[in-house]
Design a protein around this ligand. Sequence first.
Ligand code: HEC
Ligand code: HEC
Length: 369
Amino acid sequence: MRSVVTALIACLLAHSVCVAEQPLGLPPLRIPEKEPLTSERVALGEMLFKDTRFSADGTIACSSCHLPGKLFSDGLPRARGIQDIEGTRNVPSLINVAFYDTFFLDGRAASLEEQVLGPLTNPIEHGLNDLKAVLTVIRKDERYPGQFQKAFGVAPAEISTDHFVRAITSFERTLVSGDSPFDRYFFGGDKTVLSESAARGLELFRMKGNCANCHEIVWKSATFTDNRFYNLGVGFERIESDLPRFVDAYWAARDAGQEFNDTIYTEAPRSELGRFNVTHTVSDIGRFKTPGLRNVALTAPYMHDGSQKTLMEVVEYYDKGGYPNPLLDAAIFPLNLAEQEKKDLVAFMEALTSPQYASAGSGTEPAKH
Ligand code: HEC
Ligand code: HEC
């Protein structure tokens, strides 16, 4: 964990308010003006993030799914929450989450702050009945009241879920990592750091592969996401047979000015509707957020449903033009890549690993909890 925040730790020791060092290749870290990142808040947020008492059966913390040793992901296809119940979606890494503009794979939260409380009352994640349970744990704890006092200047009775959220997001904003071989090559001008294959992969990524169309690289930085939503056809086979019936019911309800009934689908296929679940716009069916790709070599398996095991499998998927469906995005089409070009793209993505994880090995060994 410490290595993740090396850049910040130096400043934490020197001041109580941190100004983050800027790792090569990342945009400036946006820290809300009213929300200075202080050592007290970050340390408190890290404790809350790892505390399993904020769950119905005392076994699940944020860190049960977002494992610090696995780049804050878990190596499983789909998340497992209380009583080991499997969810419908892959756990995204939280590294560099501070740079995103939209959260969750369907963008149902617009800020990090908005995101935090969702998992606590999600019946198959932390599974709490309500958020009062969080405050009860905090107030009864030996150390938390003193730490909230130091971090936010509040007496025990004044501690609210808002403080909980602010501590956790302070911690999340320290999870930054750039300075990968790609950054040193592209932004730092060191032409020796990429293998020839990875350098060709970068060109393919930007040109023939059309990847940077969505996994954005801008003038001085790259988050590898445009924060938009696209249909690649991943998981579409789970909804397609019932889709005509679903869409007809949707239009009929719209015409009649009624709430439409989405129970044609049970929970698992409903999750495949993606962005539609947020906007209720038919063209958003099967659209998911473009994920950032930094350190992606270490966060297998891939895609919102964890259905693709390796980066080569992902490249093959794009090469054949995704999974054909009526809502497939226009930017997804057969690429006709040669075998060497596929390897080059994989080599390029492997060059997106930041130095602090270079020895982390493959992230494919799943978590146990
Ligand atoms: C049971 C496993 C599980 C637990 C526990 C859990 N998460 Fe997650 N988290 C996920 C999954 C799965 C997603 C993606 C879900 C989706 O997009 O629909 C996610 C998404 C996120 C995201 C959005 C990332 C992005 O790129 O958009 C953040 C931030 C996050 N979680 C933080 C937390 C915090 C903070 C906690 C504790 C309060 C927590 N999570 C608890 C599984 C979990
Ligand atoms: C039209 C926009 C678009 C284009 C073009 C595109 N991607 Fe993606 N990419 C996405 C979206 C959206 C997802 C998530 C899809 C999902 O989860 O269902 C994704 C997922 C991925 C993932 C999995 C990441 C993870 O953590 O699960 C990788 C790797 C990836 N893309 C690499 C590439 C490469 C390489 C190319 C070019 C050959 C490319 N992408 C082209 C939008 C795009």
